[in-house]
Design a protein around this ligand. Structure first.
Ligand code: 5GP
Ligand code: MG
Length: 207
């Protein structure tokens, strides 16, 4: 029970998708791929909060193991409403602390869903004069796409399930799990309401 007395979803009710070992192996394989194709210069890593915080941390350290020099910065995309909201309405709760003009950027996000977040942030970085933008996501749900976006590199391609763990949340919960799991279908939200945050199911709202 939470301090407020509301029940937490027991971890055994979650359907495991990828174990911590599987994620670790995939993140290192992604770092191999990225390191092979990167410019020699310092790379600007832009991680989208909150969901990518664990993935970005592990990927950054895997890149360090491969002698890739990073400058890491963060951005927090803001809610844009539901499916009825027109695309391109992703705004920022928190912006970068460093300029990106002339920089080669590695944009890191947790999951590519409708594609609106990645599309909007990519365009923004290009408008700000980034020399190049590579996109890297841990998870890709192509069946949910609403705008034509593909990631340059995706860790795992998955079906339309609502995923938690390894940084991904449901109402702030589950981010700390070392593995990735799907919420049971009866609890899984079915419409996105937030860019950069989880979708609006009552079970997912902070209590
Ligand atoms: P998009 O703009 O591509 O629709 O949404 C991307 C954001 O929605 C992701 O960065 C993530 O924060 C959130 N999101 C999309 N699908 C899921 C999911 O299955 N689980 C969680 N926890 N968040 C998701
Ligand atoms: Mg996100």
């Amino acid at each position: 029970m939470t301090p407020a007395g509301t029940p937490c979803r027991p971890f055994h009710a979650l359907r495991p998708l990828f174990t911590a070992d599987e994620i670790r192996a995939r993140v290192h394989a992604m770092a191999d791929t990225l390191a092979a194709g990167l410019p020699d210069d310092e790379l600007r890593c832009v991680a989208l909060l909150n969901g990518s915080f664990i993935f970005a941390a592990d990927l950054a350290r895997a890149l360090a193991d491969r002698d890739v020099h990073l400058v890491i910065d963060f951005m927090t995309p803001a809610s844009y409403g539901g499916e009825t909201t027109s695309s391109g309405s992703v705004t920022l709760k928190h912006d970068l602390s460093l300029p990106v003009d002339g920089r080669d950027v590695l944009l890191v996000d947790d999951i590519l869903d409708t594609g609106r977040t990645l599309q909007t942030v990519c365009r923004l970085l290009q408008e700000r004069g980034a020399a190049s933008v590579r996109t890297c996501v841990l998870l890709d749900k192509p069946s949910r796409r609403r705008v034509p976006v593909t990631a340059d590199l995706a860790g795992f391609v998955i079906d339309d399930v609502f995923v938690v763990g390894y940084g991904l949340d449901c109402g702030g919960r589950y981010r700390h799990l070392p593995y990735l799991a799907a919420l049971p279908p009866d609890l899984a939200p079915d419409a996105p309401a937030a860019a950069g945050e989880s979708r609006p199911d009552p079970a997912c709202q902070p209590r």
